[in-house]
Design a binder for this molecule. Sequence first.
Ligand code: NAP
Length: 253
Amino acid sequence: MQEAALRAAGLSGSYRPLETPPERLEERLQEVRRGYVGVNVTIPHKESVLAWLDALSPEAQAVGAVNTIQVRDGKLIGHNTDAPGFIAALEEAGIAYRGKRALVLGAGGAARAVVYALREGGAWVRVHNRSLERARALCRDLGAQLVAEDDLETAVLGCDLLVNATSVGMKDPHSSPLPEGLLPRSAAVVDIVYNPLQTRLLREAARAGLPTLGGVPMLVWQGALAFELWTGLRPNLQVMYRAALGVLEGSAD
Ligand code: NAP
């Protein structure tokens, strides 16, 4: 997706995985400082990387996680493009969030970005997660309301927007983050998992007549925002969509 965007913009360069075990993170970041315009950061470094950076964007600071590093004048600047990428995806799909009751499932790095983005966008946000303590910490840090196991059904039935930000359903078309048979009465259902393109949650929501959105638009938008930070140029979104879908459609599990 990033290489397709580089070619479409007439830029040379490449986007490659840099396998980095935790004990090599500091050394890797020195390489990045010397030889790169930027990198993305993924599991398991999104939070631990903060300690090695020279500056943070307001979003990265508030979310407490970095998915994009920009190298500027030899300094490493941490950003979180998952948060604005998620909102851009909702807006592109015409899914309303301002003033709405959102229920976010999950409390990992991606859930933190989604909750921050929805709160900033004026939604009323509740959070449910398998590990209650992690959800409690997220709610405390970002001003959301905790939903315990006993209240999950009521929270699901009554929300206007349901977001799966857990990894349940990733490379697993048979698992859903919701208990069997439970779906919102009339909410839009967003699953940020992008592989498979149609998760079980999305298939069931669509069958119940609910509007749905998968994870590819957020993936493309967070990548497009990172591209802009690295190059100063707006990438061609259609080119990025085509490249991402080309890979994901070919890797259906
Ligand atoms: P993470 O930090 O590892 O968090 C994983 C979350 O999933 C936690 O809330 C975890 O709950 C929950 N979970 C995992 N297995 C579970 C299970 N069997 N039952 C119930 N809950 C379970 O990962 P992340 O970075 O937040 O990413 C989460 C997902 O979002 C991944 O699938 C990732 O690919 C996707 N993502 C998509 C985009 C996009 O652009 N579309 C961007 C970022 C991430 P516990 O706290 O209880 O362990």
